[in-house]
Ligand binder design. Sequence first.
Ligand code: GDP
Ligand code: ZN
Length: 371
Amino acid sequence: MTQPLTHSARLGIVLSAQANFYRVQLAVGDDDGLPQASLLCTCRALLKKTGQQVMVGDRVWVENLDWADERAVINAIEPRRTQLDRPPVANGDQVLLVFSLDEPALDAHQLSRFLVKAEATGMAVHLCLNKRDLVSHGHQQAWQERLNQWGYHPILISVQADRTFPTLAPILNRGITIISGPSGVGKSSLINALIPATDLRTNRVSGKLRRGRHTTRHVELFELPQGGLLADTPGFNQPEIVCQPGQLGQYFPEIRSRLETGCCQFGDCLHRDEPGCIVRGDWDRYEHYTTILQECLTQQQALQDSADPEAVYKAKVDSAGKIHHEPKLPTKKYRRVSRRRQQQALQDLRYELTGSTESLMNLEEQDWDTP
Ligand code: GDP
Ligand code: ZN
């Protein structure tokens, strides 16, 4: 819902958010002669009252501009194109997954999990393999060929040896890119190399609120010199995948392409041992698919059990996405939980943990520094 705006309102993008302050970069391309600037903004009370929470990446209208103090007030939020909840970023365009070829060595299972998680956001997924300098040409080529079979075209770089990254530039120079990947692969080094003149902390809301990069609870966008914004996310090693078992196949390009050319005998085929399945087979990641599928099925079962009034244990999902079983406290009366509520619970869980773009807004400040 757009608020009534005065002629002095300016459109900007939220680069960082902390407490009740937002750093807003005014949109480029306005030809009204006013200076481009990044302003420290508060948010109009009415937005909060109407349940609208400003997110990093939001396009917002600001008013009450005070050029001397570089302050303004956010008056309205433009509708979002996409929304991620972990990390909380609005209007993300693509995910850049960064892995290293060595130190730490590339682990196919771990990569697969990150890929599935990235695919689940619904954004375009790009893969970058760093530390090319540490491995032989043959090793690089072998990974390249293997990943092509997975349906990806990795960009191989060495942040240490390369001065420029011409193959990355066309991807990063537009829209908002969310960088993700395990720790130690060179994400911070890459961001520093891409934005040489910028101290990674310069976008921070204020010196007082400044915290260490890797302990920070908030996400922020960094501007690339040639355009485009980068969202840096804290590293985590094994992203937990929570999704409806029937949806998992969509997150594997190999399965998507098989289903484009034909279909399984059963519409709800999970591609395990069903007759007439065209997906099951001797392809590289089939085993990754069945492993992750089993996890999704276990999670679904745990959730259904916890909704089952006869169950003694209930499943609880912690902030890291792990499922714990706790003894159920006696309830007042057994009450049948409707199938709709079970489905809703599953959906909520999926949205919370996969950061689905369809998810409804849930932006309590939360720590997504998953161990
Ligand atoms: P992050 O945890 O993903 O942000 O990784 P960092 O940027 O902190 O890098 C982890 C380590 O890898 C550091 O010691 C970097 O100097 C090193 N590193 C980064 N890029 C390269 C590279 O291209 N080659 C080599 N050999 N080391 C690199
Ligand atoms: Zn099938």
